[in-house]
Design a binder for this molecule. Structure first.
Ligand code: HEM
Length: 153
């Protein structure tokens, strides 16, 4: 029985072999779902590389049992994204779901029900960590979100 990490790696290799640069279909579908979000991006080319790569890294890290570095990266992500306002949770969820959908489309014949289940499992774990990080920052630093600064004095 291959591990989740092995199943996930096989699909990523298939995406690479198909010559698909995942960020392109992913951002196209995500912006189609949330057209108003496009304007928040100042440098879509640079950010689409990092957002896509780090999302994949985080899910792979979780599948490999490497929470020790995944958690600080997630906490960092939740904090740096504060500059874009209170990002709606539905957009986060759909970002992760669409990332996995796009891997499945691009992996073609290498995709399987087992690979799909492995990605979804770690996608759900990543969502739970992002919720935990967002709630943690809210408790530790009320008003840290752009547009929600407390008045001083
Ligand atoms: C696991 C989920 C996500 C990860 C790992 C992630 C990661 C990143 C990274 C690494 C950057 C680049 C930051 C930089 O260049 O300084 C970025 C930028 C950005 N992200 Fe995310 N992100 C995620 C989800 C989201 C979601 C769901 C939204 C919106 C609802 C979002 C909105 C943005 C925006 C607006 C930028 C800045 C773009 C720019 O100024 O060009 N991200 N993200």
């Amino acid at each position: 029985m291959p591990s989740d990490a092995e199943l996930m790696e096989v699909s990523l290799i298939a995406v690479a072999e198909a010559g698909v640069e995942l960020r392109h279909p992913l951002f196209a579908r995500w912006f189609a779902a949330w057209p108003e979000r496009r304007a928040t991006f100042i440098n879509t080319d640079a950010s689409s590389r990092r957002m896509t790569d780090e999302t994949l890294e985080m899910m792979m890290g979780l599948a490999k049992g490497e929470e020790n570095w995944v958690w600080p990266l997630v906490a960092e992500l939740a904090f740096t994204h504060r500059s874009y306002g209170r990002l709606p949770w539905a957009e986060y969820e759909s970002w992760i779901d669409l990332t996995i959908d796009c891997i499945g489309d691009a992996a073609g014949a290498a995709w399987s029900a087992e690979a799909d289940a492995a990605w979804r499992r770690h996608g759900e774990r990543l969502k739970a960590l992002i919720i935990e990080a967002r709630e943690g920052w809210d408790r530790a630093m009320p008003g840290h979100i752009l547009g929600e600064l407390p008045t001083v004095g």
